[in-house]
Ligand binder design. Sequence first.
Ligand code: ZN
Length: 307
Amino acid sequence: MIKQRTLKSAVKATGVGLHGGRKVNLTLRPAAPDTGIVFHRVDLNPPLDLPADPYSVCDTRMCSGLEKGGEKVGTVEHLMSALAGLGIDNLHVDVDAPEIPILDGSSGPFVFLLQSAGIEEQPKPKRFMRVKKAVEYREGDKWVRLEPYEGFRLDFSIVFNHPAIDSTATSVTVDFAEHSYVRDVARARTFGFMQDVEFMRANGLALGGSLDNAIVMDEYRVLNADGLRYADEFVKHKVLDAIGDLYLCRHPLLAAYSAHKAGHALNNQILRVLLEDASAWELVSFEQEAATPAAVAHQFAPVALAA
Ligand SMILES: [Zn+2]
């Protein structure tokens, strides 16, 4: 049986909020089966619970945030991506600020934290969202699509017309039947342009942004002294983001995702398009080993739990 997962024990981290620029305390705590991923704003009185939910997503300009009753928790996508990548279904996320800390701009530090706490299987079947028919969402020349696939594959392409990005691969396919989230995706950092950073700061955004938590480029080149972590780190980060954005549907997808120039907003729209068509998806679980698709068995193999 492919089982649900949570953490063995609670784990804490401290980091800087990308937009507010202030110190943020984060605690990840085990949760019972069928809880899902629930964010808790513990700095509010009373604390506010914000469950991962595609219909609570707000402010998709720069990052994916969840909103309820006028309060929000922003920059959830890299943590959600790590949770999807490690197959964690149930978790309480306590945070004392309106955003999750940016850490190094990738999901690598979240993967390290989660693996340090230890991952525990729970005696309930993991429930997958199986895409039964293709759905698509377009906005101008940007598009995103989900198609039936007995596994989880992502195809992404980007166009930036920037010399530093164009000198790397601008399209990638990640298929978890063969690729490893931890090895192939988790270390890809977010990226930005110096002129945008200056504009955002003037508007009170990205106050915590620095070369420590993003790839930053001027008009011609990457400014980070150490260069890139993957030869195709830019498009890989778009895949990392998509994995996190899609996991806001609360279940791992059985689907092939493909996207061109898409971002957080389109990733959220495609989930809404999918959910609104009841004939396009179903929830399934794999209780018999023989009935488990090979790609799913590989992606959620218990061996991946070893820290
Ligand atoms: Zn990102």
